[in-house]
Ligand binder design. Structure first.
Ligand SMILES: Cc1ncc(COP(=O)(O)O)c(C=O)c1O
Length: 363
């Protein structure tokens, strides 16, 4: 039997998402995957150990609807965000990536059209290929703002990442509102990095019913490995999302972790202020060099533009020789950029020293 003939058609043109390189050996400085450089606050680690306790909790299935997490997100984490408050308006997922998958499951028939911007987080297109959706990719303006053409497109789903990976810029609420008003389908706003900025479009949910806002504990709260995130939307949408999800999509430990992140959120937000001040320092330091520029970022990464493409690659290779990994995208319009995740002060100092040495050779 020819097994590949049995695979579903959409797999023929499908390429999975490629995560950033993660070398196994010690000694590398990994500034390529947009993880939070700090571990979770120690209280979270301790309380997770206690939560496992005698192991009895591991025997049972977790709460399928993660009700405690839903309540804590709405009543505590988002209390001051002026957004939906009803427990039927929030979905808890296995990270935002699972939430995007569920959104495709709810809305997409083969051949439906989805709208994505370019550049942006690559996973939306990966899912579109998997679900046999047509992709309408709209290039952002050179300053990464939304072009006028985006306001008269049709489709089932439109994905906006705010702040946008890889350039770090948030979209204005007025832009998101206008997109929601003009689009024929559902606008999904991925706010994975929004807690590193003052921007969020959560308040729009109170008046707009074709909007889904997705958020995650992976970045702000340093618990990417636990896999938990949430989405807010009109209860009609959330109901369908809950109907199609796997019965136990978030584990007991993931739910406990989310609750602990919410409990210790003030301490974590305090810790993240370091990332925000380091982002400012790195941006200022790098902008002192001729031949490169960094635009202000609202995320935990910055996008460094080199005037010259070959210089970009020389920096990339030399940094790698020095065991520092940053992210480069070999894609149209992006060859001249390096995306740098903000590290700890110590990591950033090492990066700046290495960068300076390379700049003396090439800039
Ligand atoms: C823009 C964006 N959205 C979502 C994710 C994935 O988040 P999660 O860990 O919640 O699945 C990432 C991960 O890098 C991301 O860059």
């Amino acid at each position: 039997m020819d097994i590949p003939d049995l695979f579903k058609n959409s797999l023929k043109k499908y390429s999975p998402y490629e995560p950033g390189e993660q070398p196994d050996e010690d000694g590398w400085i990994l500034l390529n995957t947009n993880e939070n450089p700090y571990p979770p606050v120690p209280e979270i680690v301790e309380d997770i150990k206690d939560a496992i306790g005698n192991g009895e909790v591991l025997r049972k299935y977790p709460d399928s609807l993660a009700l405690e997490v839903r309540k804590a997100v709405l009543n505590q984490l988002l209390r001051d965000k002026d957004t939906l408050t009803n427990r039927n308006s929030i979905f808890i997922g296995n990270g935002s990536d699972e939430i995007f998958d569920i959104i495709f499951k709810v809305f997409i028939n083969p051949g439906d059209e989805i709208v994505v911007f370019y550049p942006t987080y690559g996973f939306y297109k990966v899912l579109a290929n998997l679900y046999d959706a047509k992709i309408n990719e709209i290039k952002l303006n050179d300053d990464f703002t939304v072009p006028e053409s985006a306001f008269n497109v049709k489709g089932k789903l439109m994905f906006i990442n705010s702040p946008n990976n890889p350039n770090g810029k948030s979209f204005q609420n007025s832009t998101i509102l206008k997109l929601c008003e003009h689009f024929s389908g559902i606008v999904v706003v991925d706010e994975a990095y929004a807690d590193f900025s003052d921007f969020t479009c959560l308040s729009l949910l109170k008046t707009i019913n074709n909007l889904i806002v997705c958020r995650t504990f992976s970045k702000t709260f340093s618990v990417a490995s636990m896999r938990i995130g949430y989405a807010l939307a009109d209860s009609i949408i959330i109901k369908e999302m809950n109907r199609v999800k796997l019965p136990y999509n978030t584990s007991y430990l993931a739910q406990i972790t989310a609750l602990l992140c919410i409990k210790y959120r003030r301490k974590i937000f305090e810790q993240n202020k370091e990332i925000i001040s380091e982002r400012k320092r790195l941006t200022e330091e790098l902008n002192k060099y001729n031949g490169i520029s960094v635009v202000p970022s609202d995320a935990n990464f910055i996008f460094i533009k080199f005037d010259d493409k070959s210089t970009t690659l020389k920096f990339l290779w030399d940094l790698k020789d020095m065991k520092i990994l940053v992210r480069h995208f070999s894609q149209p319009g992006l060859y001249n950029y390096i995306r740098l995740t903000i590290g700890t002060e110590e990591q950033n100092n090492k990066f700046l020293a290495a960068f300076n040495g390379i700049a003396n050779k090439y800039l």
